[in-house]
Design a protein around this ligand. Structure first.
Ligand code: C2O
Ligand code: CU
Ligand code: CU
Length: 539
């Protein structure tokens, strides 16, 4: 099957679902509840952006241009700095200020439906890019929201029903930065010393076209590409001066998990996570960064010799005992060079080059790493609204498909345990459902299926407000876990948490301000599109 055929099949599949869905009463209801086709005149926007999803041909590799899906942007109102176009296939970086009111006119010029989600942002249901609000070719959707989030790094991407993986893969993603007063007081590296790094793995045909073909087993594992792109470019070499930098790193990959570290063993200093800046910097040997997770690093090149290099790598790790032979590797065409494809099993032992920082110039002064960053109120048991009712997120598998809480995604479906009172704070327990049957009796996956499910890591993402991590419990102690266990940052605000095989994670999350349907799902995009997604109804 060719690439085009694949997309076409997906589209036809969607069209069928769309037609059925449109005749369901639930759908009509959602539509009347606020399909946002026109601007709301009482919403006084500080920033207005036109964002179009379209096909484009852009330079990614040397030689022929690559046919992609791309968000292109135009600033209609607000400060010039609010929008910054990037050369490759990524959408423009949107730079917002906390408290700003933002209006985004979204135009779909793609040959398939599309909807855009503002990942990490705390916005109302109709502005959140739920797949039920997908628009078709030629249509417009107006997103309006106030930026409630504090300073940090978020992102936006398509969230189209069963097409998220292929649309993001083809380019539909971009960064969002948020600034505020408290952050400015810290005098963190800014301007040319504040660098975005969106890390993605892709595969290309000999003609430089994106390749996305998965058999069923590969799809269950998730897409793993053989070429690393940083900000939409291959073999990234970033010129830097001998001083401190702030790196805003997003794992924008469909499935690949990175173990980020410096090639000379320099420890990694984190200053921020998904939801913003940390209370104080954390020093780790490496950082595990799963799809959709962000981490902000402080890196100081002071004292390094002009002409020398420091390489950001993804280090080798196990972390899994998958019977599929690896699960998390996948054979790299080595980023900075061109290696041959390796098989899955050896791939997990590979070190992957991500980006090379090349020291070009010696300068004399550099900001110092602040000892304290942003005060953060720790949520504790006292904050939980109903302490004896923990909300479960059970990761399970049935009929070779992934489920959450015993069910696969169904556009507006939510069960009793997925009803959350608005303005409450909930404790949520994310775990592997080894016994099956949250609500439907026994585990019916085959033993092989069960083994595979148990052996896979899942980055679980919750829409809406950021949460805090209360605890991680690992039952599969041992060599594999030892290769990843020192790379988790559990102290900051998060919207996505990597749940390793054998691991249970407890989080605490506020559900303030907005009622309606909000998604929670695995951010392995193949898993998400296979139905590993559910709704919370906040009411
Ligand atoms: Cu980044 Cu529901 O997604
Ligand atoms: Cu999200
Ligand atoms: Cu998953």
């Amino acid at each position: 099957m060719t690439h085009i055929d694949y997309k076409r099949r997906q589209f036809l599949q969607y069209a069928t679902i769309g037609t059925i869905a449109a005749t369901l009463p639930g759908f009509a209801l959602a539509e009347s509840q606020g399909f946002s086709k026109a601007p709301n005149s009482s919403f006084k926007a500080d920033v207005e952006v036109a964002l179009t999803a379209q096909t484009a041909d852009v330079p990614i590799l040397a030689g022929a241009h690559t046919h992609v899906f791309k968000y292109t942007g135009k600033l209609l109102k607000g400060p010039q700095s609010a929008l910054k176009e990037l050369p490759g296939y990524l959408g423009p970086i949107l730079n917002f200020e906390q408290g700003q009111k933002v209006r985004i006119y979204f135009y779909n010029q793609l040959p398939e439906p599309c909807v855009t989600h503002w990942h990490g942002m705390h916005v109302p249901q109709v502005m959140d890019g739920h797949p039920m609000y997908a628009i078709y070719h030629g249509e417009q959707y107006v997103y309006e929201f106030e930026v409630k989030n504090p300073a940090g790094t978020n992102w936006y991407h398509s969230h189209t029903h069963e097409l998220t993986a292929t649309q993001v893969y083809q380019g539909l993603a971009g960064l969002i930065t948020i600034s505020n007063e408290a952050e400015r007081k810290l005098n963190l590296p800014s301007g040319e010393f504040d660098l975005p790094l969106v890390i993605q793995d892709r595969s290309f045909t000999n003609g430089n076209q994106l390749r996305y073909m998965l058999n069923r087993h590969q799809r269950m594992r998730g897409f793993l590409g053989d070429t690393i792109l940083v900000n939409g470019q291959e073999n990234s070499i970033i010129p830097v001066k001998t001083r401190a930098y702030r790196l805003r790193i997003l794992n924008g990959s469909n499935s690949r998990i990175y173990k980020l570290g410096w090639d000379d063993g320099t420890p990694v200093i984190a200053i921020g996570t998904d939801g913003g800046l940390l209370e104080k910097p954390e020093t780790l040997p490496y950082i595990m960064l799963a799809p959709a997770e962000r981490v902000e690093l402080w890196v100081d090149f002071s004292g390094r010799k002009p002409g020398s290099d420091l390489m950001l790598q993804s280090l080798a790790y196990q972390g899994s005992t998958s019977p599929m032979g690896g699960g998390m590797g996948g054979g790299m065409r080595q980023g900075m060079g061109r290696m041959g494809m390796m098989d899955d099993a050896s791939a997990q032992n590979e070190v992957i080059s991500i980006a090379k920082f090349h020291i070009t110039e010696k300068i004399s002064d550099s900001p110092k790493l602040p000892a304290e960053l942003i005060p953060m109120r720790r949520l504790t048991a006292q904050d939980i609204s109903n302490p004896d009712k923990t909300v479960p997120i059970a990761i399970g598998m049935r009929h070779m498909t992934f489920q959450l809480n015993g069910r696969t995604f169904d556009m507006q479906d939510h069960t009793e345990i997925e009803n959350i009172p608005v303005n409450s704070v909930q404790k949520i327990r994310i775990f592997h459902d080894t016994h099956g049957g949250m609500s439907r009796g026994g585990m019916r996956g085959s033993r092989g299926g069960m083994g595979m499910m148990m052996a896979m890591p899942h980055p679980i993402h919750l829409h809406g407000q950021q949460f805090q991590i209360l605890s991680r419990t690992q039952t599969n102690q041992g060599y594999a876990y030892d290769t990843v266990k020192d790379g988790f940052i559990n102290s900051g605000w998060k919207d996505t948490v990597l749940v390793m095989p054998g691991e249970e994670v407890e989080i605490i999350k506020p559900f303030k301000d907005f009622t309606g349907l909000f998604l929670y799902h695995c951010h392995n995009l193949e898993h998400e599109d296979m139905g590993m997604m559910r709704n919370f109804l906040i009411s």
